[in-house]
Design a binder for this molecule. Structure first.
Ligand SMILES: [Zn+2]
Length: 387
């Protein structure tokens, strides 16, 4: 156990995490503004310089710069955490999702793991340093952002467009069980819309069946090998066909069908390239006589930083100092706001926080209180070591 862990005020930490969990910020609709007062109050003792953006009513992202004080030329550490949560579906929960409760060392509630627990740990790390008679070595810019769960378009993306994504390195305390994540897959989701020519059901070959075309598209894409290279942390890109819709009646040759797909991609794959790879795969599979178009519903670019980057090494050492164990270095199969930091702002961003990925978005979501304490001690170590 590192020397800072004993200075973590576990009670205050759980109190802050609980206060954040108790405010429903389900996205949609978001309403992240509702936690702003709690965050402002929690950081008030450090007299931050505040900025905020609110691109649509209630969708507030807060930025707080905490200056280390004394001298100039200090580096800036960005801590980016989202304050929205995914919808709770309360009827399936054992207790109210917005009534945080500690049972057997676990804090339950929507957002306890993803990621209000991580946000609370990042704030309490300042208190921990103070209690230990220490101080941050760097300026710290907290970004409490809206809309991560819906792709960040009203949150971190707006910070980027407003010139507020600046710093020397970034910590994103999303739930990784304190593993150090340096890479994320991107995604492309949408539908292949297949058009046929209607005809009488008694003479199927006189029409062109959109469903027959959709079936061929499905077989060509689902779990298919696109010939992509393998990434050491992210594996190979994947393709899932998750929905299939079409036709209007059994006695009509189907005129229209929609094949819903979800591609998970490697960093560096652009929107254009990812759509082109779908078309290429269909062509290679012999689907050349089907009339189709690709509708894109969502695209998020993958992102990565080198696992050998000094900042990744520093975060590993800080986690090890708190837990006594060297954390694993991982990649994640889904995207977080780290991609805006890595791809748009060019800032090395490590995702590392308390709580398990398995708990994120789940019913009866929880985070281990001892892991919250570990995270707080690790972040405090990071604040005083990032020079
Ligand atoms: Zn999250």
């Amino acid at each position: 156990m590192g020397p800072l862990r004993q200075h973590v005020d576990a009670e205050g930490l759980v109190k802050l995490a609980s206060a954040l969990v108790a405010v429903p910020t389900e996205n949609p609709p978001g309403n992240e503004k509702a936690v702003a007062g709690i965050l402002r109050e929690a950081l008030a003792p450090w007299h931050p310089e505040w900025s905020e953006v609110e691109p649509s009513p209630g969708r507030l992202s807060l930025v707080a710069r905490v200056a280390a004080g004394g001298g100039t030329g200090r580096r800036t550490l960005v801590v980016n955490g989202h304050t929205d949560v995914v919808p709770a579906l309360p009827e399936r929960w054992s207790r109210g999702p917005f009534e945080p409760t500690v049972i057997d060392g676990r804090l339950y509630g929507r957002g306890s793991a993803d990621m209000k627990g991580g946000v609370a740990a990042a704030i309490c790390a300042l208190r921990t340093l103070q209690a230990a008679g220490s101080a941050p070595a760097c300026d710290i810019v907290f970004q409490f952002v809206a809309d991560e769960e819906a792709g960040g378009g009203l949150g971190t993306r707006v910070l980027w467009e407003s010139g507020l994504l600046q710093g020397d390195a970034c910590l994103v305390p999303e739930p990784t069980s304190l593993a150090v994540s340096v890479a994320e897959r991107g995604l492309l989701q949408g539908e292949v819309v297949v058009r046929g020519r209607p005809g009488h059901g008694s003479r199927p070959r006189e029409g062109v069946s959109a469903l027959e075309g959709a079936a061929r598209v499905t077989l060509a894409l689902h779990a298919a090998d696109f010939g992509d290279p393998e990434h050491p942390l992210l594996g190979r890109p994947t393709a899932n066909i998750g929905t299939l819709q079409g036709g209007s009646a059994v006695n009509i040759v189907a005129e229209l069908a929609r094949v819903g797909f979800d591609r998970r991609l490697l960093p560096g794959t652009s929107l254009e390239e990812s759509v082109a790879s779908l078309r290429r795969r269909l062509e290679e599979a012999g689907v050349t006589d089907v009339d189709y178009e690709v509708e894109v519903h969502d695209f998020g670019e993958g992102s990565e930083m080198s696992p050998d980057h000094p900042f990744a090494g520093l975060v590993r050492r800080c986690v090890a100092s708190a837990t006594g164990r060297e954390p694993p270095t991982i990649g994640m199969t889904f995207t977080t706001d780290a991609r805006f930091l890595r791809n748009q702002a060019g800032i090395p961003a490590v995702v590392c926080g308390p709580g398990s990925i398995a708990q994120a978005h789940n019913v009866d979501e929880w985070v281990e209180v001892p892991e919250l304490v570990d995270a707080t001690a690790a972040f405090a170590e990071l604040y005083r070591s990032f020079v």
